[in-house]
Design a protein around this ligand. Structure first.
Ligand code: ATP
Ligand code: MG
Length: 579
């Protein structure tokens, strides 16, 4: 399977924030220089994202264009954000909360969520976003793990979910409800904000003070609570510039929900730090709405995910035709491996390729990326960003061994970048296990090529061992979706007496295709031609959808548990599925 390298024209490399020359010299001091620091000393994410822009005379600039589900459109300037986050911080203080207290959110992508996130940081408190679709149990577990002191939510979500678990969380001091009224025992945010002072001097937090707790997606098991500090903003500033091409005034749309780390690091912090205008869409994925948003809002930078890209591909090119995407300058993708076909599809439909980049909740920000100046090898995650040292390692009896070019091993990073997690809450052993011999171990398998590009192979847990071969599911899945009928694929290994394991694929079909024995044979034949008989799936089964986390990641462990009749494990982040 060969995909041609996409060579960037000189105009693109010249326009890029990070040039090849920069790449070798750019360091964390350059990233720090993108920030102001607190006037009296110290560092605070909310000051860098909001207040300093107003102090520097940019209060009138649009910070956020909010698109409501019902068609409402609201614009907030940086001055508006400064005032509202100040009022919110004052409300927290009035409710008896102290710096260091943990403030959770449980709500959809409404303006109040963004105000709450930044207002909490401004008050020197710790922000923890929860995905609004969680049920009462996952909410309770996460509030217990993080010892929630306050939560911001809506009346409906409170009544449906939170009221049931509230009494089980002894640390909880305040429940804030967006809107003008609130159930008994809760604070209505509308009147409280109106009565609060519009001024608040940003808390004098230090670089190492705790700022955020993010729960991982739960793809491989029970979600972990990763702790991040204010200094993470140094990496958000660096990567916003180097990986995502942010500049003041650019129109930027990150489609991730702040319930996941992408939606906070790159859906709130990095864009505001760079004084861009963020698009926030309250609605879920809807093809026509997305195409209209890209066109009508004049989106210049777009950061999205492979699942969404595959849904667009599934709908076909015709659905995109007739729209004007000429404002687009840069498109990034994260969260899952991006199939090479998706990269190329971007080029054909939007006139630009999608730029895949890799990172995790634990890393707090982008680590490996295809940047604007770089030639793209479709299917590769790109190069480590400046300041990041990545390697491919293998565990041996004498410790870790770095593997040479071309060999598959665990993707590891040299610790020390500013947005590295500082702990897994209440899991010191697990945290300690993530480090060895001066490396942070990601749990992902990858390979590096002669040009230094990194290629994702699979999660360590998902690797398939068949007749002496090691097979990463991503390679097989990418080959499968190249078949005209296949929209999505999830690949696992199932036990086999002779081969150890054999490859089994689950696929969801494109519109216009129906499951049949003939189609199954045809897809297997296609895979055999692309991959060879040892790697191609022995069996292909059809599913309406594949089980995914709410952040859009295929849950291969669930396919496997169901296949083998094993316990399903933690499925608190599972999106409802029909498989
Ligand atoms: P958990 O750790 O709870 O199992 P998770 O690892 O899915 O969940 P996240 O931190 O949200 O939680 O996701 C990070 C993981 O997503 C990475 O470790 C990797 O497996 C996958 N990922 C992210 N970006 C990419 C990418 N560009 N290519 C391939 N995989 C990616
Ligand atoms: Mg993980």
């Amino acid at each position: 399977m060969t995909w041609e390298t996409i060579r960037k024209p000189a105009t693109e490399t010249a326009a890029a924030n990070l040039s090849d020359a920069d790449r070798s010299t750019w360091g964390w001091d350059d990233a720090r220089a993108l920030l102001d620091g607190l006037p009296g000393g110290g560092l605070n994410i909310a000051y860098e994202a909001v207040d300093r822009h107003v102090a520097n005379g940019h209060g009138d600039q649009q910070a956020m264009r909010w698109l409501g589900k019902d068609g409402t459109r609201r614009v907030l300037t940086y001055a508006d954000l400064k005032e509202q986050t100040a009022r919110f911080a004052n409300v927290l203080v009035a409710a008896g909360l102290k710096p260091g207290d943990r403030v959770y959110s449980l709500m959809g992508r409404e303006p109040e969520l963004y105000v709450a996130a930044l207002g909490t940081l401004k008050a020197g408190m710790v922000f923890t976003p929860l995905f609004s679709a969680f049920g009462p149990e996952p909410i309770q577990t996460r509030m217990e793990i993080g010892e929630a002191n306050a939560i911001v939510t809506t009346d409906a979500l409170y009544r449906r979910k939170l009221s049931k678990v509230r009494d089980a969380i002894p640390s909880l001091k305040a429940v804030l409800i967006a809107g003008d009224t609130a159930p008994e025992g809760c604070i209505a945010l509308g009147p409280a904000m109106a009565a609060a002072s519009p001024d608040f001097i940003c808390a004098p937090t230090r670089p190492e003070d705790m700022a955020l707790i993010h729960f991982t997606s739960g793809t491989t098991g029970k979600p972990k609570g990763a702790v991040h500090v204010h200094q993470a903003v140094v990496n958000h500033a660096a990567t916003g510039r180097n990986a995502l091409e942010m500049r003041p005034g650019r129109v930027y749309w990150c489609t991730a929900d702040p319930g996941w780390v992408t939606g906070t690091s790159y859906g709130i912090i990095a864009p505001l730090v760079h004084r861009v205008t963020m698009i926030v869409d309250e609605a879920e994925f809807d093809l026509d709405r997305w195409y209209a948003t890209l066109q009508n809002e004049g989106v210049q930078i777009w950061y999205t995910a492979p699942t969404a890209i595959r849904m667009m591909m599934r709908a076909g090119r015709d659905a995109a035709a007739g729209h004007d995407f000429s404002a687009l300058e840069f498109m990034g993708s994260v969260g899952e491996p991006l199939n090479p076909e998706g990269v190329v599809w971007g080029q054909e439909v939007f006139g630009r390729p999608f730029h895949d980049n890799w990172w995790q909740t634990e890393t707090g920000g982008i680590m490996i990326a295809n940047t604007r100046a770089m030639d793209i090898k479709p299917g590769s995650m790109g190069l480590p960003l400046p300041g990041i040292t990545a390697g491919i390692v293998e565990k041996t009896e004498d410790g870790l061994r770095e593997l040479p070019v071309g060999e598959v091993g665990e993707l590891a990073l040299r610790p020390g970048w500013p947005s590295m997690m500082r702990e897994y809450l209440h899991q010191p052993d697990r945290y300690a296990k993530a480090f060895a011999d001066g490396w942070y171990l990601s749990g992902d398998l990858a390979m590096r090529d002669t040009d230094g590009y990194f290629w994702f192979v699979g999660r360590a847990d998902d690797l398939i061992k068949t007749s002496g071969h090691l097979i990463g599911p991503f390679e097989v899945e990418s080959a499968l979706i190249e078949h005209d009928a296949v929209a999505e694929a999830g690949v696992i290994g199932i036990p086999d007496e002779t081969a150890g394991e054999v490859v089994k694929a689950y696929v969801a079909l494109n519109p216009g295709y129906e499951p049949s024995e003939e189609l199954e044979k045809d897809i297997r034949g296609h895979a055999r031609k692309k991959l060879g008989p040892a790697v191609a799936p022995r069996e292909v089964v059809f599913r309406k959808t594949l089980p995914k986390t709410r952040s859009g990641k295929i849950m291969r462990r669930l396919l496997k548990a169901r296949e083998l009749g094993l316990p399903e494990g933690d499925i608190s982040t599972l999106e409802s599925d029909e498989s």
